[in-house]
Write a protein that binds this ligand. Structure first.
Ligand code: B12
Ligand code: SF4
Length: 550
């Protein structure tokens, strides 16, 4: 029997770990085919059927379900004999449609490793399916679901990494798990439906990391829903990662911020080097009523306090909010946004509620009058708390936030412009300015972003010498090589450089003349020097009144 498993990823850089686990944990031969959502229905169908499979299994997630629905119809049309199997979170809770429309023969819900092997065995030996856990099939026009099962001893699972393609490993994200399951029950999240948290042994995870590093992996993402569910294990694993002194490798973790212990944060402040660790912290809302409504019982004050402390470390902080949660109206969301934005984390992501099949929010959508997209990603359109227009306003803020904060082009200027201010309104007004001038928010050069912001600030009468200085600094600081500038060179550039050279001769004066940009900055000058492998930005106070000479 020929079996293939198909993963269709959100992007080329994301591998599908699930099908690799399934392959590794059966003794039957299985082939893996991987695509991404930019591939066409035709390409995917053709490639799958070329293999002439007897059984074809699809790994179904929110990012690929629309495409897979089409591919299934094509496969049914072109190859009646091929048996189809579905698995993955998108089909684990609501699945009748696939049987009633004859789009699948079998379906495995939730954890699939054990069930998949037993299915191949049952098909091979011709035995019945009743002993396969987490299994759904049709018998005498009835849809039958067998009892549920979770893998208690995760270390019993065989490693999925032997099937990783080594040739492009450095381009792809490597997914690793320390645990499965989540101790929390947020009602919009699929993890809330899983029971209990289970852990892989630390030794195994360390070996996996080392194995993948040796193969050339550069980016690791831990898939744990709550990486610090077990503090001791989390700290030990981070200690291990830090102790290895990896170069140019990044590790990302999803963290529950309010339960971080002080000693753990102190450990991070003292030990984490630059560019090694990135934390994704879900905040979602700062409104306690909203959080209670979605069963997210977080201590928001503690969470904010911990993020402020974490900022003293080199951990890169990515903060997440969700717009559209029950009880969160525009005013409340604006408050959430402004509070969390003021933390100036490295990135702030504005997500919009997705009504995921199987979650409590899915079951209560009517109760909350949540109207959402009928197709994946099932994003909220409106609810009794927030209108379409209000959600659209948040989308507009999101666009400018991404361009002007998350991309990190001008952090100093943005902090100066928005600190202790209504940042939500700032981004919204900036969006309106873009709209009035018909500027694209999709295609732009870096200079455009700076000059448009300057025009916006001038229009609002808030452009001054300090912000002009900061914008120049950010612009020069962002470039690794000497950039084209959008302002006039001072006439006395060489005087300023000679003046600087008198106190610091580390760079020859001719090189300074050739490779520097000089510009007025606050009460002096910035000298930005760009030579191969050597970039320096320094400030020269204007004690000799060089300004007046120019
Ligand atoms: C990696 C990831 C992504 C990656 C994409 C990865 C890829 N391959 O392309 C990125 C970052 C792009 C992403 C984006 C999003 N994601 Co995401 N993501 C995940 C994450 C963290 C890991 C998935 C994974 O590999 N798990 C490890 C494997 C081993 O576990 P598993 O997926 O549960 O697989 C098991 C079973 O499901 C089953 N199984 C799976 N496939 C198959 C196939 C067969 C044939 C069988 C028999 C069994 C089977 O067996 C597996 C082994 O036990 C999960 C959360 C998590 N920790 O699982 C969320 C998760 C899948 N994402 C989710 C969501 C909501 C999103 C977003 C909508 C979030 C957003 N901010 O907008 C976006 C959508 C992007 C888009 N373009 O539409 C949801 C669920 C969505 C759903 N119904 O599919 C999850 C579950 C998070 C959650 N807690 O709610 N995501
Ligand atoms: S949102 Fe995070 S903390 Fe809440 S259930 Fe999902 S994974 Fe767990």
């Amino acid at each position: 029997m020929k079996t293939i498993l198909v993963g269709i990823n959100a992007k080329y850089i994301h591998p599908n770990l699930a099908i690799r686990y399934l392959k590794a944990n059966t003794t039957y031969p299985v082939e893996i085919l991987e695509f991404n959502i930019k591939d066409s229905i035709k390409t995917i169908t053709k490639r799958c059927l070329e293999e002439k499979p007897d059984l074809i299994g699809f790994s179904v997630y929110i990012w690929n379900i629309n495409l897979i629905n089409q591919v299934l119809k094509e496969i049914r049309r072109l190859s009646i004999k091929t048996k189809i199997l579905l698995g993955g979170p998108e089909v684990s809770y609501v699945y009748d449609y696939y049987f009633t429309n004859r789009l699948t023969d079998y379906l495995i819900i939730n954890e699939g490793e054990k069930a998949f092997h037993l299915l191949l065995e049952a098909l091979d030996k011709g035995t019945d399916f009743s002993q396969i856990p987490n299994f759904v099939y049709q018998k005498n026009h009835q849809i039958i679901k067998t009892p549920s099962h979770v893998i208690e001893n995760l270390d019993a699972l065989k490693d999925p990494y032997t099937t990783i393609d080594e040739t492009d490993i450095h381009h792809k994200i490597q997914y690793v798990e320390l645990s499965r399951g989540c101790p929390y029950q947020c009602s919009y999240c699929l993890a809330s439906l899983e029971k209990g948290v289970r852990f892989f042994s630390l030794e195994r995870v360390k070996q996996t990391i080392q194995y993948l590093v040796n193969k050339g992996a550069k980016t690791f993402k831990f898939l744990d829903r709550s990486f610090n569910a077990n503090h001791k294990l989390a700290q030990e694993l981070l200690s291990f990662i830090i102790s290895q002194h990896y170069q140019d490798i990044v590790f990302q973790f999803e963290i529950n911020g309010d339960v971080l212990k002080d000693s753990f944060i102190d450990f991070l402040i003292e030990n984490v080097p630059e560019n090694l660790i990135r934390f994704e912290l879900g905040i979602q809302s700062t409104n306690d009523e909203v959080n209670h409504a979605v069963r997210r019982y977080q201590d928001t004050n503690k969470l904010i306090e911990n993020i402020q402390k974490l900022k003293q470390s080199h951990v890169v902080l990515h903060l997440d909010l969700i717009a559209g949660l029950p009880l969160e109206n525009l005013t409340s969301f604006k408050k959430t946004f402004n509070t969390i934005y003021q933390l100036f984390g490295d990135e702030l992501q504005l997500g919009f509620l997705k009504v995921l099949k199987g979650t409590d929010i899915y079951n209560k959508a009517q109760f909350y009058h949540i109207n959402y997209q009928s197709q994946a990603p099932y994003e909220i359109i409106e609810s009794q708390y927030i209108s379409r227009d209000e959600l659209n306003i948040i989308h507009q803020v999101e666009i400018m936030l991404n361009i002007y904060w998350n991309k990190g082009f001008m952090p100093r200027s943005m902090i100066y412009l928005t600190k202790n201010k209504d940042a939500f309104s700032f981004f919204l007004e900036l969006y309106h300015f873009y709209e009035e001038n018909q500027y694209s928010t999709l295609r732009y050069g870096l200079i455009d972003l700076f000059t448009r912001l300057i025009d916006f600030l001038k229009q609002k009468n808030i452009y001054n010498h300090t912000i002009e200085s900061y914008l120049k600094y950010d612009y020069l600081n962002h470039h690794p090589i000497k950039p084209k500038i959008f302002w006039q060179h001072p006439h006395n550039k060489n005087d300023i450089l000679r003046n600087y050279y008198q106190t610091n001769q580390s760079i020859p004066i001719d090189a300074l003349y050739k490779h520097s940009i000089v510009t007025k900055y606050l009460n002096g000058y910035l000298i930005a020097y760009y030579e191969k492998h050597h970039k320096m930005i320094t400030f020269l106070k204007d004690e000799k009144n060089l300004c007046s000479k120019s």
